[in-house]
Design a protein around this ligand. Structure first.
Ligand code: FE
Length: 199
């Protein structure tokens, strides 16, 4: 492949996907039909805890992140797992149709799961829109902008004196002189080639 970066030109946004008991940051969201109750699809990594939850839950929500998003929201939902921390602990959420949505967002969509398609790495969940609202008319953050400004946005800090490897996709930090041979990012699933060494 000559340059896969062209895929970054596919216009994608930044969202927090939530369901009962968990949530994560997603970017691969698209509207696949229109009308009163449009269908919307979202891709979620198979190894994510949220993916596990979605197998047994019928409803989920997407909160749309704006350009002025509090970086803590991305850090909390994007760089951690509910397996380790309670992401909702310090987060302002509203309960809509029984699903927590992010208060500090542009608005939300609540979806009822109608289908799912699983491949090697991700599952595409398709939902029918059952409730939605606009909180504020700000500009949505694009995934491309996030990728280009991630370092300053998240101010990823590594501990002094320790060799760190930072995932260039999600910002996860691994400490150690070398990355293990078969290492994959526990948060976003990319391989070790996409980690950058920081001393
Ligand atoms: Fe990662």
């Amino acid at each position: 492949m000559k340059n896969k970066k062209i895929t970054r030109k596919i216009s994608q946004g930044m969202y927090v996907l939530t369901t009962n008991g968990g949530g994560c940051v997603v970017d691969a969201v698209s509207q696949i039909s229109s009308g009163e109750a449009p269908l919307i699809s979202v891709a979620v990594m198979n190894q994510n805890y949220t993916n596990e939850l979605l197998k047994s839950h019928d409803k989920f929500a997407l909160s749309v992140l704006g350009m002025d998003v509090d970086p803590e929201i991305i850090k909390t939902f994007g760089l951690q797992s509910m397996r380790d921390v309670n992401k909702f602990e310090n987060m302002k959420v509203l309960e809509i149709e029984g699903i927590p949505v992010i208060e500090n967002s542009l608005g939300y969509m609540v979806l009822e799961k109608v289908d799912s398609i699983m491949n090697d790495t991700h599952t595409l969940f398709i939902g029918k829109l059952v409730e939605a609202d606009v909180f504020t008319d700000g500009e949505a953050m694009t995934y491309g902008y996030y990728q280009d400004h991630k370092e300053e946005l998240l101010k990823i800090k590594t501990e002094n004196g320790k060799t760190a490897w930072v995932c260039t996709i999600c910002g996860y930090v691994y400490y150690g002189e070398e990355l293990p041979e078969d290492f994959v990012c526990p948060i976003c699933g990319v391989s070790r080639e996409l980690f950058k060494k920081r001393l």
